[in-house]
Design a binder for this molecule. Structure first.
Ligand code: EPU
Length: 302
């Protein structure tokens, strides 16, 4: 979608918003799939209420993009504009055992930055790609760690009230790959409280998690991480593997040979290829196990 409303275009500079015309989502998502649209890069969080009021007033549909690492986007000209937060300097501010982190910060860099200041706990999250905001929204987790455990406060744009609010930990619930945030809330910043630990020890934990991940996940291929959530007490990857579906493909969309819950873009996969692969694998699992796997990957396919 090309943003053409003169009133919006004129307001962008004073809101500190940069317009990137024809931004490719294939280049901005880890799956490497998706069409193009105008992207609005937001440099000041405080501009969000005015920007969104303007877009809504003009009937312009928008979606908010984090790191694009857990996302499948449709092909062709996209019918919405994309909003994205620019990184802020400094991204992380430490205060005792608290880390104040901007939502656009890279999760892995946040884990290592805190580690260097003897703040641990998040070792398991080291290889999870994406932003801190994306991790918060999904309550990202790995190797027994979920980011929600360390959250004390979240600053967010609440779409319902069109305003920025601060929520304390007791006002948010974090469950397995699920949070109580509304789908159109936008994470802006978080205060994490992390246990003190010597850097050496944290580094050892990080190395162990990195090694486990390298040996079990296709890290050098384009993917969105795990496609499905795990069923309670089970593993979607193991179920798909047991059905002999590793390597099963539709076009260039392919079930990874290394981890069956990772679907990779092995070349020029289209969104339709990936959707068809997801549907076929879900049907096969349902037919054998009687369980409907739920997507973990977020779909922008309508
Ligand atoms: N397994 C297989 N075949 C496979 C994949 C897994 O037999 O192709 C078996 C493994 O051998 C193991 C069990 O299934 O016995 C569980 O596998 P794994 O330890 O890889 O964990 P997972 O349940 O498949 C979850 C998260 C990952 C996270 C890892 C490590 C979900 C959906 N996935 O995977 O998160 O990295 O644990 O903690 O919760 C993601 O969310 O995108 C993601 C990759």
């Amino acid at each position: 979608m090309k943003l053409s409303e003169p009133r919006i275009l004129a307001a962008l500079p004073e809101l500190g918003v940069e317009r990137i015309g024809g931004a490719s989502l294939a280049e901005r998502t880890s799956l490497g799939i998706g069409g193009a649209t105008d992207l609005l890069l937001i440099r000041r969080h405080s501009a969000l209420p005015d920007l969104i009021a303007l877009l809504r007033g003009a009937g312009v549909a928008y979606k908010f993009l984090g790191g694009g690492t857990n996302l499948l986007v449709r092909d062709g000209e996209l019918p919405w504009v994309i909003l994205q937060l620019a990184r802020q300097e400094p991204e992380i501010r430490l205060e005792g055992n608290s880390a104040h982190v901007g939502a656009a910060a890279d999760l892995g860099r946040t884990v290592t930055f805190c580690a260097k200041h003897d703040l641990g706990g998040m070792e398991g999250l080291i290889g999870v790609p994406g932003t801190v905001g994306g991790a918060l929204r999904m309550n990202a987790g790995a190797y027994g760690t979920q980011i929600g455990s360390y959250v004390r406060q979240v600053e967010l744009f609440r779409a319902a009230g069109v305003r920025i609010e601060t929520l304390r930990e007791n006002e948010i619930s974090f469950e397995y790959r699920h949070t109580s945030f509304a789908p159109d809330d936008i994470m802006l910043a978080v205060k994490l409280e992390l246990p003190s630990k010597p850097y050496r020890e944290i580094l050892q934990g990080i190395r162990i998690c990195n090694e486990k991940r390298r040996s079990s996940q296709p890290l050098n291929q384009k993917s969105a991480g795990c496609i499905f959530k795990n069923p309670p007490g089970g593993s979607a990857g193991r179920m798909i593997d047991e059905l002999g579906l590793k390597g099963f493909s539709v076009g260039d969309a392919r079930v990874s040979d290394r981890h069956a819950n990772f679907f990779v873009n092995a070349g020029h996969a289209t969104c339709a290829d990936m959707l068809s692969l997801i549907a076929q694998v879900r049907d096969r699992v349902h037919a054998t196990y009687g369980f409907q796997l739920e997507n973990e990957v977020i779909l922008w396919t309508q």
